[in-house]
Design a protein around this ligand. Structure first.
Ligand code: NDP
Ligand code: 8X3
Length: 250
C-alpha cells in the first residue's frame, strides 16, 4: 500500500513534533515544517530521509510558504493530511496594556499563517478529491478569558475557519476537523511569557496537564478513521480542567 503523506506545521516543538513522530511511527511519510531547522533535522535523523522531509519556512511570510511548498519533490507533493498546528500566544495582558507587536504576531501566525499554508496545500487535495485537514484551535477559541483577548480572537478565527472550510470543502471530498486542546505542557507558555521559564512552569503546577503525546494520540486516531468518517471537532482537556480558567490545582 502506498504510504500516506502528512504535512505538519510547527513540527519542531510540542504538539506538532509529537504528532510528526507518531505519524512517522505509524507509517506516514511526514513533511515536517517550522523555523528551527536543526530540530527538523533531528527528526530526519531519527526516521530517515525517506520518511521525514524537513521544510523550513515562517508561516507569516506568504512568499516563503509558496516557495517552500512549491519546492517539494514530486514524490512528496500528493499530501493526504495537513495538520495546521503552528501557532502561539504572545503575552497575556489586558486589552488596554496589550502590545501591538504581540497582537500582530498572533494574528499573522495563528490565522494568516494557517490560511497561507492551507491555500498552498489545498489544490492537490481538491484535484484528487481526497484529503484531511486538521486545524489546531484551542479552548481559547471557544471561550474568552481575562487578558486572553487577541490570542482568543485568533483561535475564535480558527474555529470559524474550520467550520467554513468544512462547509466549502465537503463538495471536494476533503475532510476538515478541528482539535481544541486545554492546557498542554509544551513550550507554549515559555513563548507566551517571552522566555520566563519559571512563570511558564507555574501554569502547569498542581495538576497533571496534557502532554504533546496525548494530542498526537488523538490526531493519529482522527487521521486513521475510514474514509467515510470525519471526527469534525474535539475538545480535549486535562481531567483537572473544566474551562479555560477553572483548573483543580492541588
Ligand atoms: P510550542 O511552542 O511547543 O510549538 C509551537 C510550534 O509552532 C513550534 O514548532 C514553532 O516552530 C511553530 N511556529 C511558531 N511560530 C511560527 C512561525 N512564525 N512560522 C512557522 N512555525 C512557527 O507550542 P504547542 O505545541 O503547545 O502549540 C501548538 C499549537 O497548539 C498552537 O497552535 C497553539 O496555539 C495550540 N494550543 C496549545 C495549547 C497548550 O496549552 N500548549 C492549548 C491549546 C492550543 P518554530 O519556532 O521552529 O518556527
Ligand atoms: C492555549 C490554552 O488556555 O492558555 O490555547 O488559552 S490557553
Amino acid at each position: 500500500m502506498t504510504q500516506k503523506i502528512a504535512l505538519v506545521t510547527g513540527a519542531s516543538s510540542g504538539i506538532g513534533r509529537a504528532t510528526a513522530i507518531s505519524l512517522a511511527q505509524h507509517g506516514f511519510k511526514v513533511i515536517a515544517t517550522g523555523r528551527r531547522t536543526e530540530r527538523l533535522q533531528e527528526l530526519v535523523q531519527q526516521f530517515g530521509p525517506e520518511n521525514i522531509y524537513p521544510l523550513e519556512f515562517d508561516v507569516r511570510d506568504k512568499e516563503a510558504v509558496h516557495t517552500a511548498i512549491s519546492s517539494l519533490p514530486a514524490e512528496w507533493r500528493t499530501i493526504d493530511v495537513l495538520i495546521n498546528n503552528a501557532g502561539n500566544a504572545h503575552g497575556l495582558a489586558s486589552f488596554q496594556n496589550g502590545d501591538l507587536n504581540d497582537w500582530e504576531a498572533m494574528l499573522d501566525i495563528n490565522v494568516k499563517g494557517l490560511l497561507y499554508v492551507t491555500k498552498e496545500v489545498l489544490p492537490v487535495m481538491v484535484e484528487r478529491k481526497s484529503g484531511h485537514i486538521i486545524n489546531i484551535g484551542s479552548i481559547a477559541g471557544k471561550e474568552v478569558y481575562a487578558n486572553g483577548n487577541v490570542y482568543c480572537a485568533s483561535k475564535f478565527a480558527v474555529d470559524a475557519l474550520s467550520k467554513a472550510m468544512r462547509i466549502d470543502l465537503v463538495h471536494e471530498g476533503v475532510k476538515v476537523s478541528e482539535v481544541n486542546p486545554g492546557a498542554v505542557e509544551t513550550e507554549f507558555s515559555e513563548v507566551r511569557f517571552k522566555g520566563d521559564v519559571e512563570r511558564a512552569a507555574s501554569v502547569y503546577k498542581g495538576y497533571e496537564a496534557l502532554t504533546a503525546e496525548d494530542l498526537a494520540d488523538l490526531i493519529l486516531f482522527m487521521v486513521t478513521r475510514p474514509r467515510h468518517v470525519n471526527i469534525a471537532e474535539v475538545m480535549i482537556l486535562p481531567a483537572a480542567q473544566a474551562s479555560a480558567t477553572i483548573i483543580n490545582k492541588q
